[in-house]
Design a protein around this ligand. Structure first.
Ligand SMILES: Nc1ncnc2c1ncn2[C@@H]1O[C@H](COP(=O)(O)OP(=O)(O)OP(=O)(O)O)[C@@H](O)[C@H]1O
Length: 248
């Protein structure tokens, strides 16, 4: 599904990704963990093709990103759902409109406005079905900014599912919610990814969540991968190694 080889990314003098190589198969559920500043968000943004590598290569669905035309890149992006830390929801739109935005990637502005204002019944039904799956069907016509942080995270997940993405990249999707909500949100995200055969790469700060919900863990430190394996094999020693150098 995705293959990153010898990837390097810098911002000025900050070397963010260092000779990083990684392979993820279709349908895998992978947790990305590591100290603050280790490069998790940058890696996700690189895979979402928001950041371009200085060197190295990235292929998604057997297509090399650097050789794609703008049109092909746009099409590929439609199959990738990136849920950023700030969720990127339009707060003054209604919930169903934010979910509908999942499919407007390739539309022009006027088409988008029409789609959001006069969505076909079948599409609204599909939005409602997805909102039921994420547990907030009753919020469908509420303004998005009237929802709690955890409910907004569910809307962002619903938008990704509505997009019918084959790859979901989620950047700390449970950062804004209490532990019980975080648990149910991750359960929802991972089980829906499994049901819909979606590949999921999700950055997390909480190791327990990573171990509970993800069969594979990738541990990043200082722009490189220092652990990549089954979550049951991730030991306390690995944890100490991953975080101890944070203090120099
Ligand atoms: N657009 C950017 N411009 C300049 N520097 C950036 C940019 N994006 C990331 N960085 C730098 O890259 C490094 C890694 O940041 P990144 O956000 O990827 O880490 P992270 O592991 O996701 O951290 P956190 O867990 O705190 O979200 C940091 O030093 C950060 O300042």
């Amino acid at each position: 599904m995705l293959n990153l080889y010898d990837a390097n990314l810098s911002f000025g003098s900050t070397h963010v990704l260092r000779d990083l190589s990684l392979e993820i198969a279709r349908g895998e559920k992978v947790a990305l963990i590591g100290p603050s500043g280790s490069g998790k968000s940058s890696l996700l943004k690189t895979i979402a093709s928001e950041y371009l590598l200085d060197s190295g290569s990235l292929s998604i669905q057997q297509q090399s990103i650097s050789s794609l035309s703008n049109k092909a890149l746009k099409e590929l992006r439609c199959s990738i759902a990136y849920i950023p830390q700030d969720l990127a929801l339009v707060e003054n739109l209604k919930v169903h409109q934010n979910v509908l935005l999942g499919k407007v990637g390739s539309q022009k502005l006027l088409q988008t406005l029409l789609y959001l204002s006069f969505a076909p019944k079948a599409e609204l039904q599909s939005v409602l079905d997805i909102l039921s799956e994420v547990g907030i069907p009753e919020k469908i016509f509420h303004r998005t900014d009237s929802l709690s942080g955890g409910q907004q995270q569910r809307v962002a997940i619903a938008r990704a599912l509505y997009q019918k993405a084959s790859l979901i990249l989620a950047d700390e999707p449970v950062s804004a919610v209490d532990p019980s909500r975080a648990h149910s949100l991750l359960e929802c995200l991972t089980s829906l990814a499994e049901k819909n055969k979606v590949t999921l790469l999700c950055s997390l700060h909480n190791l327990d969540y990573a171990k509970t919900f993800f069969p594979r863990i990738i541990g990043m430190r200082e722009g490189n991968i220092i652990f990549d394996g089954k979550s049951e094999d991730f030991s306390e020693k690995d944890f100490a190694q991953l975080y101890s150098l944070d203090h120099g």
